[in-house]
Design a protein around this ligand. Structure first.
Ligand code: ADP
Ligand code: MG
Length: 700
């Protein structure tokens, strides 16, 4: 969602200038800088927050600065001891007023230079980190050495930023200072009453204060400037969501009431009756779809709570009216699995389904596209391949998006654009805490499947030290001989995918001795075909044990699998563990889950115990949030969670709620943002690249 410069208010232009125009930033440094701040503009640079301060206030005496601390001192240069060889440092002894000695140490020093900046007998201002070396005070490579006349060049309080290789703190600080000089005055988009009540500065002051902290306290989340900036960011995202919702709700939708025929047929074909939670969700969905407004509903249901059938019933309601329904899954495997289970049921009731994923190429793809375009395909199951421009629906009435947290809001917008007035049902298996729901979905209508299909036995969960892995393998061998099927999950940590993959491969090889050709391995780097082949072999019983990286995480349904082993369980979040564990316990047999742990911290231990003692996904999600904090609950990248740069959701949760209310009220009163404040809010949306939301009322 890059801003088009044409629509962007001119007042923002300085902030969208390239960092490449800043003094001291050549092409090579610019690359590093852009990587560090995650963007190419001055705005991106200015959104890079300091995380610490260095106090460079001049201390009275060396003794005021303990070793390890950074500080500044006025020192008299006493003696030079030049380096006889390159391998030995150049030393300069100095003294403070009281005669305490501090030695300055320079490796690979240029003699002339040192002598020039540290003339014997003169007083200089030195700033840097004090060390203890063999009982003496010294400072290696001071950060600053200045004649007293230039004393003011040292900031008393210096902000410290997260850094990257190939960039020095000084370069970054200089670039930020230069950027700060170009910061324009922006129209105030916040309500005056709010500003007064919170004692928040205006935006320009806030961004300046962010980079010129007065003391350590200025870095805390409740500093007014930081709060203001965080609020702006949260407000921009809540406002975008509120506008999207308003647009969806007020755009004329179609009445997809349907005769009920196909749904009745499906009910008759099902080998079970729907749970009352499923019935309740369906009632709400049917009501939404029957209204001449667009539906925007979130279906939250724990793993195994039976969301698929709810989606299918909704799809049938659309099909009954002659419209099409699309069901989107986040991965190839899941799309195929949906296609299979939905396809089997639809065949029985005479509804035509097709499946489109990125794997379909050439003639097959052409044929599928034409069935989608001419309407002969009634239900279309697929992956994000359905977003592509070449996919044209004959008449899309309903878009179901499964496992939504894997898609961004942006993609949701894309799909609903495929059918201008299509209803949208979003499904997620991650029981998301309330705060996260807000951030991800704004104010959607929500149905919860808070009841599992009957006949499921609780999963017996045990914690086991990794030392006992051989013992476990032996007992699994006996279990599989009795007909049980086992998932064995190895963690995949992004930083070192290769190493982790190697770990999964090692585990596979180690277990292969015992399980022979009844063991399979799947991981994210495999070709889709190979992955599917192995998954299928496991699903239909050709394999007893499946070693996997987290690719099996979402949705995959193998009711015969009764044992889940999770290696290095301490590396997963509770929600993720819960999702993984949910792969078993789907049939009527007793299921087991073994959480194998390596090194455990206190929190780690607490988390695994919570996991052992509860199977309630919503409870686990809330606990996860308490124990690990927001950022970690759903890996940001995977979650499609909008990345927050200024707001920190752990500490700014209350601001989020305020922003939600603010956004909702604003859109209610001024849906086209045409008031004075509304105009200023448009600037805010552009500032945070959320201007796409503006398009909604332009078009509508
Ligand atoms: P999820 O919510 O995780 O997507 P699924 O839709 O895959 O769950 O359903 C899990 C399993 O439960 C499937 O095998 C499905 O056929 C079965 N199921 C769904 N609803 C019911 C029900 N009301 N009674 C019994 N089994 C059900
Ligand atoms: Mg599912």
């Amino acid at each position: 969602m890059a801003t088009s410069p044409k629509q962007r208010p001119f007042v923002l232009d300085p902030l969208f200038r390239s960092v490449r125009g800043l003094p001291g930033i050549g092409p090579k440094l610019a690359k590093n800088l852009e990587r560090l701040v995650g963007g190419e503009t001055l705005r991106d640079l200015l959104f890079h927050k300091p995380i610490e301060i260095i106090n460079r206030k001049v201390a009275a005496s060396i003794t005021d600065l303990p070793a390890g601390q950074t500080g500044s001192l006025v020192l008299k240069v006493e003696r030079h001891t030049p380096n006889p060889r390159r391998s030995i440092p150049y030393r300069v002894d100095t003294q403070d007023n009281a005669g305490h000695v501090l030695t300055l140490v320079f490796f690979h020093a240029h003699r002339d230079y040192i002598q020039k900046i540290l003339p014997i007998g003169e007083e200089v201002l030195i700033s840097g980190r004090i060390e203890n070396y063999q009982g003496k005070r010294q400072m290696t490579h001071p950060d600053y050495i200045l004649p007293l006349s230039e004393k003011d060049q040292i900031p008393e309080i210096e902000p410290v930023y997260p850094m990257t290789q190939g960039l020095t703190g000084k370069t970054l600080t200089k670039a930020i200072s230069a950027a700060l000089e170009q910061v324009p005055d922006l129209p105030e988009w916040l309500d005056n009453a709010l500003l007064t009540k919170q004692k928040w500065p205006n935006w320009k002051q806030a961004i300046q204060e962010l980079h010129r902290p007065k003391d350590g306290a200025a870095l805390s989340a409740d500093n007014p400037a930081r709060q203001r900036l965080a609020y702006d960011e949260l407000l921009s995202s809540q406002l975008a969501l509120a506008l999207l919702r308003h647009h969806t709700k007020t755009t004329h939708g179609r009445q997809l009431t349907g005769s009920g025929d196909l749904r009745a047929k499906l009910r008759a074909a099902l080998p079970f009756t729907l749970t009352s939670a499923q019935e309740r969700a369906l009632e709400a969905i049917f009501a939404d779809m029957s209204e001449p407004k667009k539906m925007l509903r979130l279906l939250q249901g724990d793993v195994g709570s039976g969301k698929t059938i709810v989606a299918l019933m909704a799809a049938l309601q659309a099909v009954e009216t002659g419209a099409q329904a699309a069901i989107m899954a986040p991965t190839e495997i899941l799309a195929r699995q949906h296609a299979q289970s939905i396809g089997t049921l639809c065949d029985q009731i005479g509804v035509k389904t097709v499946t489109l994923t990125g794997r379909d190429k050439g003639k097959t793809r052409e044929a599928l596209l034409s069935q989608i375009a001419d309407g002969s395909a009634q239900i279309i199951v697929g992956t994000h391949a359905l977003f592509q421009d070449s996919v044209i629906f004959h008449d899309l009435g309903l878009a179901v998006i499964d496992e939504q947290h894997r898609f961004g809001v942006h993609q949701r917008m894309q799909l609903s654009e495929k059918g201008a007035d299509a209803d949208t049902l979003v499904m997620t298996a991650t029981p998301i805490p309330r705060t996260l729901t807000l951030t991800l979905y704004g104010d959607m209508d929500v149905s919860r499947l808070d009841e599992k299909p009957p006949g499921r036995k609780p999963i017996d969960t045990r914690l086991l030290s990794l030392d006992r892995v051989d013992e476990l393998a032996a007992s699994l061998k006996r279990k599989t001989a009795e007909g049980n099927r086992v998932y064995w999950v190895c963690p995949l940590v992004e930083e070192s995918e290769k190493i982790d993959l190697a770990a999964a491969e090692d585990r596979y090889m180690a277990l292969k001795d015992a399980f022979g050709d009844r063991i399979g391995l799947v991981h994210g780097r495999m070709k889709t075909e190979d992955k599917d082949k192995t998954m299928n072999a496991f699903a239909n019983g050709e394999l007893d044990i499946l070693v996997a990286t987290t690719v099996i995480e979402v949705g995959v349904n193998v009711p015969e699998a009764t044992i889940m082993v999770i290696e290095h369980a301490e590396r997963f979040g509770l929600s993720q563990l819960h999702q993984l564990r949910g792969r078993v316990g789907r049939g009527s047999a007793q299921s087991h889950c073994f959480l194998l742990y390596g090194k455990l911290s206190e929190t780690g231990k607490a988390r695994l115990k919570v996991m052992r003692d509860s199977e309630d996904g919503f409870y686990l999600a809330e606990k996860d949030l308490d124990l690990r904090g927001m950022g970690d609950v759903l890996g940001t990248k995977q979650s499609g969670m909008p990345e927050m740069r200024l707001a920190d959701l752990e500490n700014h949760r209350s601001l989020l709620e305020m922003a939600r209310d603010d956004a909702r009220l604003t859109v209610e009163k001024d849906p086209k943002l045409s008031s004075e404040r509304g105009e200023a809010l448009k600037t805010l949306l552009h500032l945070f690249d959320r201007s796409k939301a503006i398009q909604y009322f332009r078009a509508g």
